[in-house]
Design a protein around this ligand. Structure first.
Ligand SMILES: *[C@@H]1O[C@H](CO)[C@@H](O)[C@H](O)[C@H]1NC(C)=O
Ligand SMILES: *[C@@H]1O[C@H](CO)[C@@H](O)[C@H](O)[C@H]1NC(C)=O
Ligand SMILES: *[C@@H]1O[C@H](CO)[C@@H](O)[C@H](O)[C@H]1NC(C)=O
Ligand SMILES: *[C@@H]1O[C@H](CO)[C@@H](O)[C@H](O)[C@H]1NC(C)=O
Length: 453
């Protein structure tokens, strides 16, 4: 084969140099293959590509030959065999795995491509480190330094408390701690915490809150927090006494603060004592509710019989000293004040007193020139009797009127009474008309009298 090619080449040379009928060329040179134009590569050697010589394809950095054959031979016809291959962009292998990091999800890595890494949850990028790697021209990845470090949480600090788990120089993601408070303090929040991926403690670190000391104990009684170990702010403790004893003081106390810092109980504990008040006796009076025992705190109300009035407080309470507070009231007889009648007087001067008891009677007479306006049941021959009522008022008192104009007066009085009751406008008008009429009659009478003088 090679022989045949050589022969053909020689034949070609013969034909070229000694063309029949043409003056032969002075010189013949050896045939060469053309230098091929290869993008991103070239043949080596690049000169003296004469018949039978071989050349090798060399691609530029970052490029690789297409196909397996890279060596070509120059044939007699000035052709290369096999055909001159091409160069294509090379690729990097999969980028390396980086501790605690993931990369963006591309699948093809040609030379020049970049890959970015991201730290996984709980890790952060180290400062001044680039998370980007590049596919180099020698098909390796640029150096990737250590990228990610564990997230750190601040050291947990709790006042008046401590960490039960051994203390660490630093606390990183996933670290768990447990807390405890000093005696006299109570833990508020979670006893355990974990350093979270965002660098915070979850749940947040607790705090230690002051507590009250145990509540005071009392003789013959007990409190509701028996057996409890901690008495936090706001806790209420209720006391009770053994049966038959009364609880003196506040039934419950609570853990509070006087100064905003230290905690104390809101007050002293109550006492358990025997308290029995005597049956309350109020002469001429009654008590409600009806009861037969009068222990501490029992309250009773008093009212008086008819004709008697209560002096003192209507309600009283049995207190710790086994006495009634305020002191029991008394029932005093109701008194009527001395009755006053205009233009009248008491018939007997012996009757002249400031106050009259219920059922007391007084008798009136009118002054000279006056007479009783109303001849009702109360008035006898020239005298009028009134009785002091149990409510401190008198039975109706008489009215003494000037003799002569009794009719007019009566009418006027009648109108006054009617006005007092609030009559309808129309009726009042009529009444006023009547009053006017009577006033005119009175005026006429006066004028007639003047004429008669
Ligand atoms: C080409 O080959 C000839 C003969 O072998 C040699 O004399 C010449 O120097 C070569 N040319 C180059 C550029 O290498
Ligand atoms: C690839 O190239 C880089 C920079 O040009 C060099 O640091 C590295 O050592 C090379 N890698 C290999 C395997 O040759
Ligand atoms: C709280 O109690 C402590 C100990 O009894 C005392 O030293 C401190 O002064 C108190 N704090 C206040 C604000 O009173
Ligand atoms: C007043 O008289 C009435 C009727 O006689 C009697 O029932 C009542 O008890 C008397 N009241 C007093 C306070 O004496």
């Amino acid at each position: 084969m090679q022989l045949l090619e050589s022969l053909l080449f020689l034949v070609k040379l013969e034909g070229g140099c000694r063309h029949p009928g043409v003056t032969p060329s002075p010189e013949c040179t050896e045939a060469q293959c053309p230098v091929p134009d290869i993008t991103h590569g070239q043949l080596k050697p690049a000169q003296n590509l004469t018949y039978g010589s071989t050349a090798t394809l060399e691609c530029d950095a970052g490029y690789i030959p297409v196909g397996a054959t890279t060596t070509v031979r120059c044939l007699s016809a000035g052709r290369w065999h096999p055909r001159v291959p091409a160069c294509t962009l090379g690729h990097c292998p999969y980028p390396p795995a980086v501790d605690h990091a993931d990369r963006n999800p591309q699948r093809s890595f040609p030379v020049g491509a970049t890959v970015t890494y991201f730290c996984r949850a709980g890790y952060t990028l180290l400062p001044e480190v680039s998370p980007i790697t590049t596919c180099l021209k020698n098909f390796t990845w640029s150096v990737i330094p250590k990228l990610c470090q564990k997230v750190q949480c601040p050291s947990p600090v709790i006042h008046h408390g401590r960490e039960v788990s051994p203390r660490k120089a630093e606390y990183t993601f996933g670290h768990q701690v447990e807390f405890q408070c000093e005696p006299g303090y109570v833990l508020r929040g979670s006893q355990r915490g974990q350093c979270w991926s965002d660098g915070t403690w979850r749940p947040p670190a607790p705090y230690c809150d002051k507590v009250c000391g145990p509540p005071p104990t009392i003789a013959s009684g007990q409190h509701s927090a028996l057996g409890a170990e901690q008495f936090p702010y706001g806790l209420e403790v209720k006391y009770s006494c053994v049966e038959g004893l009364s609880l003196i003081g506040d039934e419950s106390i609570y853990c509070t603060s006087d100064d905003g810092v230290n905690l104390t109980w809101s007050g002293p504990a109550p006492e358990c004592r025997v308290v029995r008040c005597p049956k309350p006796a109020v002469e001429r009076g009654r008590m409600t509710p009806q009861r037969f025992t009068f222990p501490y705190g029992a309250a009773v109300r008093f009212s008086c019989d008819e004709g008697f009035v209560l002096r003192g407080d209507a309600e009283s309470r049995c207190l710790a000293d086994s006495a009634w507070h305020p002191p029991l009231p008394t029932c005093q007889p109701v008194l009527c004040p001395q009755p006053q009648v205009a233009n009248g007087r008491l018939k007997s001067t012996l009757d002249g007193k400031m106050w009259y008891q219920t059922n007391a009677t007084v008798t009136f007479e009118c002054l000279h020139g006056y007479h009783f306006a109303d001849d009702g049941d109360m008035s006898l021959e020239g005298s009028w009797t009134a009785t002091c009522l149990p409510d401190g008022s008198w039975t109706p008192l008489p009215k003494c009127r000037k003799e002569g104009d009794s009719d007019v007066c009566e009418e006027v009085d009648y109108i006054k009474t009617a006005f007092g009751c609030g009559v309808p406008i129309a009726e009042m008008k009529t009444l006023l008309e009547i009053q006017k009429l009577f006033l005119e009659i009175k005026k006429l009478k006066v004028e007639l009298g003047n004429l008669n003088e």
